[in-house]
Design a protein around this ligand. Structure first.
Ligand code: ASN
Length: 348
């Protein structure tokens, strides 16, 4: 007996996947919508895996992604929820992890797979990773895993626990403080212990949507010897609603010169939340570990905990969008919304 094929909606948002490389300049150029309409002709196997429908939401380099487009994407998925068993979002790799976090925070009670993918090389060129990635992503979207995921180079990551780490390798993504959820080899292997338990709700129920997010934030990297002038501090505090600082190691900043402390004190006075992240590519922020971190705990700085930079910045946008009171900012950050951080009392 032939099993009925699953229905998958492919939502195109842009990125290298659908572009072509101009032979003369080697520049990656956006291609026209007609090319995307021909996807099934280029990768006919997709039709064997699922009944596909295609919707082109936009055709952006993902550097131009922002909160308002995340919202449109989430609303589109929910508006078409009943007609599909799974969703594949074709997206540029540069900010894919931010979009995956945003969808994870915007959508509660996800009972069907939502899979983001893209490629390092366009589908139209030789030696492209686009073909394998889209085949894996569509297959994953038929498997009923109730998660928002990034599927890339045969690995599957939770949307809130992944980071882009290479602009060169086909393996562009890796997990951040978390192992992959699964991988495609000869078979698809799932890391069962990492998967969420299936929700006790019907897949007919639509996810609850809360797409409020305020992206008026700034992220600053500290380097040794870097000081912020009073003019810069004033400019920051008077123009943004939230601040992320990427400190050293477990979240440390210079204290012998007072400018970082001054930034945090000024932000505190103006009820602008400051979140400390780390420049390390693994591990967690532990502000109490050193004097150079404790000084910022005393100034009300929020710990980024073990969150990826992408997840942490989007969580700050969500906190601002939901108008969480300044006094409860630490609690909001410490509590996972979508498995983006450990519960404070769990071991990492
Ligand atoms: N600049 C592209 C983007 O993120 C990179 C890619 O998709 N590989 O849209």
């Amino acid at each position: 007996m032939q099993l009925k094929k699953k229905r998958v909606l492919l939502l195109h948002t842009g990125g290298t996947f659908g572009m072509h490389v101009d032979a003369g300049t080697n520049q990656v150029q956006p291609s026209n919508a007609g090319y995307l309409g021909g996807l099934l002709q280029k990768v006919p196997e997709l039709a064997d895996i699922a009944n596909l429908d295609l919707q082109i939401l936009c055709n952006l380099d993902s550097s131009d992604m922002r909160a308002v487009i995340w919202r449109t994407l989430a609303e589109t998925i929910v508006s078409r929820w009943d007609s599909f068993d799974g969703f594949v979002v074709v997206h540029g790799t540069d900010t894919m992890a931010y979009t995956a976090s945003a969808l994870s925070f915007f959508m509660e009670n996800v009972t069907k797979p939502i899979v983001l993918t893209g490629s390092q090389r366009p589908l139209s060129v030789l030696r492209s990773d686009a073909r394998a990635n889209i085949i894996d992503a569509v297959e994953l979207a038929t498997l009923g895993i109730p998660e928002i995921m990034i599927c890339f180079d045969s690995k599957v990551h939770r949307g809130t626990r992944v980071t882009k780490y290479s602009s060169e390798h086909m393996q562009a993504f890796r997990g951040y403080n978390a192992p992959p959820l699964g991988s495609f080899g000869v078979h698809f292997r799932v890391n069962k212990r990492s998967l969420r338990r299936k929700a006790q709700i019907s897949t007919l129920a639509k996810p609850c949507l809360d797409c409020r997010a305020n992206d008026n934030i700034i992220a600053i990297d500290c380097v040794p010897g870097m000081n912020l002038s009073p003019t810069v501090i004033n400019a920051i505090v008077s123009s943004v609603r939230g601040i992320v600082i990427r400190g050293f190691g477990s979240g440390n900043l210079p204290i012998e010169s007072s400018s970082w402390i001054s930034l945090c004190e000024n932000a505190f006075k103006n009820k602008i939340p400051v979140v400390m992240a780390t420049q390390c590519s693994a591990g967690m922020v532990s502000l109490n570990a050193y004097e150079n971190g404790r000084a910022f705990v005393e100034r009300g700085v929020i710990s980024g905990n073990d969150m990826s930079f992408e997840s942490l910045t989007v969580k700050l946008m969500v906190m601002l969008g939901r108008q969480i009171s300044f006094d409860t900012r630490h609690e909001f950050f410490a509590k996972p919304l979508s498995d983006e951080c450990i519960h404070q009392d769990d071991d990492i």
